[in-house]
Structures are given as structure tokens and as C-alpha cells.
Design a protein around this ligand. Sequence first.
Ligand code: NAD
Length: 431
Amino acid sequence: MNTSDAVDPFDSYITRLRRAADLLELSEAQRARLEKPDRIIERAIEITRDDGSREILHAYRVQFNNARGPYKGGIRFHPEANLSEVKALAAAMAIKCAVVNVPLGGGKGGVEFDPKQYSRAEIERVSRAFVRAMGDALGVDRDIPAPDVYTTPEIMGYMLDEYEQMVGRSEPGMITGKPLALGGSLGRDTATAQGGVYVLEELIDAMHLDRSKLRIAVQGFGNAGYHIARSLHASGYTIVGLSDSRSALMSERGLDPVRVYKAKHEHDSISSLYCEGGVCDENKMKEDGVIIGTNADLLEMDCDILIPAALDNQLTVDNAPRIKARVVLELANGPTTPDADAIFAERGVAVVPDVLVNAGGVTVSYFEWVQNRQGLAWTEEEVAARLKPIMTGAFNSMWQMAHDRNVPLRDAAFLLGVDRIARAMATRGTL
Ligand code: NAD
């Protein structure tokens, strides 16, 4: 959280839920169930550092709602991971699975530490310790984790291995986003970005925008940010801005995400394409029309489509009035605060919400779970062919709802998702 109206992420969820609950006229009991997680698991996990010292880390798993299916959601390794954030992300997962109508509920996990300061072996020990602490609550029909910020397929592999040792049987469907060698799905690594591309394509048609003129800026250069930038660039879109946690590259002429990725891969930062040891090659930058700035500069740069693909609370009352994009496509979870939403609505900026835009990730996670349960391995083409209609169908339902109810797109997505969860709870006869 980096600015003055940076709100508690769970409070943002409650604000948005209550607006949908009012429009749907939910009962008090339904509201109460949707305002509280089913279960919060909080553990201190102990690991051994490479130098032999012992360390205690805080770990969380929140199981939000399973009315529509087993709890489902990623595990985040981040120094600012905390319970409120994990609760908000778990709630968003329940809404997200309902928006794309896959039969899963919502959950999320986190460990509060900075993996960049830990060796690979130490990260493996954290991953295994997480599963030893939470394993009783996980399982293919109970709660299915996946990767999130700073967690990877390899980490999912360690977690699966630890879990299978605990239960004494093979159960690949207990976790998704695994390496292919352990039953992962083709297309999972690019699924979140690909889902975002399908949504953007539908939006461009719905808003009658001219593809050839669109200038796109992407904040964050990890799994979500890199793949959407690469895919859009390959389809002929102009990427005018890219950033990682340290800096931003901006060019009216356009950037090549694959070239930037190679530089980041080799030297750990995107600016290393032009700078070495703090000294930048001004001539090379001039040749490419590139300016190096901060993440704040990237968010406020002149562009048509802004894609936040890093962290939450990036668009706030402080910068919302200065955002120049006409469309904010939320590939990250929770990048926009409710107050910024209000400013964007007033200024006519379309905010396409995270619960739809990044739902391609959980949709292909669902495909992975289905394949594991059936002992099948689909081709990449099969995965893409199944993902596209789910994403475009969900976009069109949201778009229609926004027009029918005359509400912003986020409210429309919440109406769809909350209604489906409420119906599932009611159909169970519990409310
Ligand atoms: P990642 O760990 O692969 O990458 C995170 C990126 O954010 C990195 O490029 C990092 O440099 C950047 N970053 C970190 N701190 C930053 C800061 N302070 N300012 C700007 N950039 C910063 O994570 P990811 O999987 O790409 O996830 C990014 C977002 O997308 C998160 O909000 C995540 O919850 C969401 N998301 C990801 C998936 C998925 O399948 N990967 C699915 C759904 C939602």
C-alpha cells in the first residue's frame, strides 16, 4: 500500500460486496456468510536458514466460501503478505470462480517474507513447512492451492511432494500450476495473460476502439505482466510502457517485451537493457525513443489501455485524477481502490475488474484439476479452445449486466458472481 487512500484490502471487498448485496436484495444471513471467511488458518512456521540459524515466518490460509466447490486459490510469498490481504484475495477467488462459472470456491494463502533474500533451498524449506502446517486442511476435494506473487511451478512441485508424503498416496489434483512433469497443464503458465487478452479483445469490439491506434502500458513484468505484454505485442499492439518493481521503460515508438525480458533475465532488472551499474546509455535510449522512469510515471503516462499486473492498491485517489488511459484492465488482483473507482466512473474511464480479467488463471487451474482427476493430458490447443469461450462468455454476461443495471463493470461482475454464490448457498438449504 503506497498512498493516502490505500485502504484495507478486505474493507474494499466488503464495500463492493454490500453494493451487490443491496442490488440483489440478499437476506441478512446470506450477507453475513459472504462477509466472513469460513475458516482462517494462521500458523508460525519454522525453517532452517542455510547458515543453520532458525527462523519463524507467519503463514496464512483463508478458506472463504465453498458453496460452489472446493476452496481454490494461490499462495503468495511476499514481505507485505498479511491476513487482511489474504482474506480479500480469498473472497475475490470465490467471486472470480463464480463469474467464470467454474465449480470451485474461494481460498488464498500467504507467507510473510521476502523470497528475494532467500536461497532456492531455503524457499523449498518454506514451501514444505507451509504444507506441513496446513496440509490437514488441503486436498483435491477440500482446498486446492496454486501459484501467486513470487511463487512458481517448482514451488507447487515441492508442495505436492510434501503433501503426498503426508497422506501416503498420489494426489496430483491437490495443487495446480504444477510443473508438467508432475501433472501440470499445458497453457497454465500463459493462462492468466491469455484470459486477459480474450477479455481485452471483446472490450475493444464492445467499445468500438481502433486496434491499430491503441497504446498499451503494463505495470509488472512477472508471469501475468510479461505474458500479456508479449502476447499483445505479437498480435501487433503497441506496448508503450513496461515496469518491474524497480523502474519503468516508456517509449511512444513501442517496446519489444521479449527483448526486455531477455535483459531482465540476464541482469535482474528491465532497465538493464539501457543501464549498467547506474550508468545509462543515453544514445541507445534516444535511438529507441526510451525514457526510464518510476512505476508512478508508468501509471500516469500517456496511453489508451493501462494494465496493472503487479500488486494491489496501485490506483488510488492520489493518482486516479491524473491517469490518462481510457481503459484500466486489471490483470493484478485489487489494483484499484474503491475511491479511485469512483473517480474513474466520474471521468468515464472504463475499469475492467480483476475478478474477470485475471480469471483465465483459475480457469486453466480448473482444467488442470479436471485432467488430474481423469488421468488425462490435454493439448495446448484443447486448453485454448476451452478457455476462450469461458472468458468471452463471462465478459459478455458482465457487459450485458452493466447495461441492464446501469452500473460500472466491477459492480456488474460482482452482481454475476455474488448471485451465483448466493444461489448455491440457498440451494444447499443452509440459508
Ligand atoms: P510474479 O511474481 O510473477 O510477478 C510480480 C511482478 O510485479 C514482478 O514483475 C515484480 O517486479 C512486480 N512488482 C513487485 N513489486 C512491485 C512494485 N512495488 N511496483 C511495481 N511492480 C512490482 O506475479 P504474477 O503471478 O505475475 O502476479 C501479478 C499479479 O497478478 C498479482 O496481483 C496476482 O495476484 C495477479 N494474478 C496472477 C495470476 C497468475 O496466474 N500468475 C492469476 C491471477 C492473478
